[in-house]
Design a protein around this ligand. Structure first.
Ligand SMILES: NC(=O)c1ccc[n+]([C@@H]2O[C@H](COP(=O)([O-])OP(=O)(O)OC[C@H]3O[C@@H](n4cnc5c(N)ncnc54)[C@H](O)[C@@H]3O)[C@@H](O)[C@H]2O)c1
Ligand SMILES: N[C@@H](CCO)C(=O)O
Ligand code: NA
Length: 434
């Protein structure tokens, strides 16, 4: 009988939005977790900061001493505290003691992932982190395991629910930034410090994890070019709408191949205009979606709830079952795969496309002045649209692909032209043939 087997002991660190749901589900379906694991799964303690705030947790499980809980008899440590410290020290301690770890902490993995992998490897423990990227969506396991026999060329997607929730609302109802951010917080999507969401830090950490797994290369959060959504205003949303596009905060990880065949990895997070008929355009609210392009598999799309207590708990519990099962059968999960060690390309040298919207003086020759700036910087133009007369004259340009640095230099030069009254919006364009 499975119930009679030696239980797998689980220490839970943190009992906030996600931790509460993990604990609720473990207590609601013990027979199913036991059957899937091969042994009963017992929570031996829950580390929190303020015990009186957790009436839902049996009192005998609560502790404020996370260190002692980790050092105790747990087989698996589930970390749902977030942030770098004390999570880093606690997980390092657990791994060095040979205990497997399940975490949803993208910030920690994106900065210190290699150190944790090494500790896991050296001590025969596992580290699982499906919840760290795109919440409930099974994405990291497919990258780490199912696609291990393929060659991935691109991973592009919406990986931050909070900023997507805000951009979706701005686009569909014209809602304001602050009120929507507050709603996202109340719904449990936003990080404890929501600047991590709106300034792109959360998505950049996820991009680092995705790029590392996709390209078998160590990519950290510091390698990821990052721009958030704070500069996206009604002007940008309208400019996109006028061209049948919408604005999304995208994480883009690519293998870039130069003419001489040398390869590098580019990882970036920034707002971008995508066509309204692109599958990512229809991803709204806290939903996430990620495209993966692999040499043999072709295009794959992963879609689902990227944030929220229960969806994230689903991913954590899937990992917990895997880690616990490995303890039962003395098996091992996947290790770090960083054999390719491709260089990380700077944003300046990354090929991108720009959409530029300008208010211009209604005078002959404006178009040719602007066009000559593009020529000078070797940037070719894909679309030009000149609209209005007099004070309302405007010019919209969409470029072909060029290096990001050349595009930025061109915009700076154009802004300095006397005929250009205002640069209304500048945004990168993704999701359409270049
Ligand atoms: N909320 C989501 O939608 C979501 C989705 C995916 C991943 N995550 C990740 O999951 C983790 C947890 O997120 P959350 O939304 O549940 O956060 P949360 O802020 O709701 O919960 C964290 C809890 O940890 C507690 N805590 C802080 N320091 C502690 C310590 N030293 N010892 C014990 N407890 C401590 C806090 O009091 C809080 O209750 C984070 O890494 C986050 O990035 C969250
Ligand atoms: N704050 C994150 C949680 C999921 O990682 C988001 O909004 O997507
Ligand atoms: Na996931």
């Amino acid at each position: 009988m499975i119930e009679d087997r030696e239980p797998i002991r689980v220490a839970l660190l943190g009992c906030g939005t996600v931790g509460t749901e993990v604990l609720r589900l473990l207590r609601e379906y013990p027979t199913e977790y036991a059957a899937r694991t091969g042994a009963p799964v017992h929570v031996t303690g829950v580390a929190v900061r303020r015990p009186h705030k957790h009436p839902e947790v049996p009192e005998h499980l609560l502790t404020t001493d996370a260190e002692s809980l980790v050092e105790g008899n747990a087989d698996v440590v589930v970390e749902l505290v977030g942030g770098i410290e004390p999570a880093r020290s606690l997980l390092s301690r657990a791994l060095h003691a040979g205990k497997s770890v399940v975490t949803a902490n993208k910030a920690l993995l994106a900065e210190h992932g290699s150190e944790l992998y090494a500790a896991a490897d050296a001590n025969g423990a596992d580290i699982y982190f499906e919840a760290a990227v795109a919440g409930a969506i099974p994405l990291l396991r497919p990258l780490r395991e199912s696609l291990a026999g393929d060659r991935i060329n691109r991973v592009m997607g919406i990986v931050n629910g909070t900023s997507n929730y805000i951009l979706s609302a701005m686009d569909s109802t014209g809602a304001g930034y602050a009120e929507t951010l507050e709603e996202a917080g109340q719904l449990g999507y936003a990080e404890a410090d929501p600047t991590a969401d709106v300034d792109g830090f959360d998505a950049a950490a996820k991009a680092a994890i995705l790029a590392s797994l996709a390209f078998h290369t160590r990519v950290t959060a510091f390698d990821v070019h990052r721009e958030g959504i704070s500069e996206v205003g009604a002007g940008e949303i309208q400019a996109a709408r006028a061209l049948d596009r919408t604005v999304k905060l995208l994480a883009i990880c690519e293998r870039v191949v130069d003419e001489d065949g040398s390869e590098s990895v580019s990882a970036r997070v920034h707002p971008a205009m995508i066509p309204r008929d692109h599958p990512l355009a229809g991803v709204s609210g806290a939903f996430n979606a990620v495209f993966v392009e692999a040499e043999s598999a072709g295009q794959l799309m992963f879609y689902g709830q990227g944030a929220g207590g229960a969806p994230t708990a689903s991913a954590v519990l899937g990992d917990l079952v895997a880690a616990a099962r490995n303890v039962v059968v003395s098996g091992k999960g996947p290790r770090e795969s960083a054999h390719a060690q491709l260089p990380v390309r700077s944003m300046d040298r990354t090929p991108t496309r720009y959409h530029i919207s300008l208010d211009v003086a209604d005078k002959p020759g404006v178009l040719s002045q602007v066009a000559s700036m593009f020529n000078e910087h070797d940037v070719s133009i894909s679309v030009v649209r000149q609209q209005g007369r007099g004070a309302d004259a405007s010019l919209v340009v969409v470029t072909h692909t060029a290096s990001d640095a050349a595009l930025r230099r061109t915009v700076d030069k154009i802004a300095g032209l006397s005929a250009v009254l205002e640069v209304v919006s500048v945004m990168r364009v993704e999701g359409e043939p270049s």
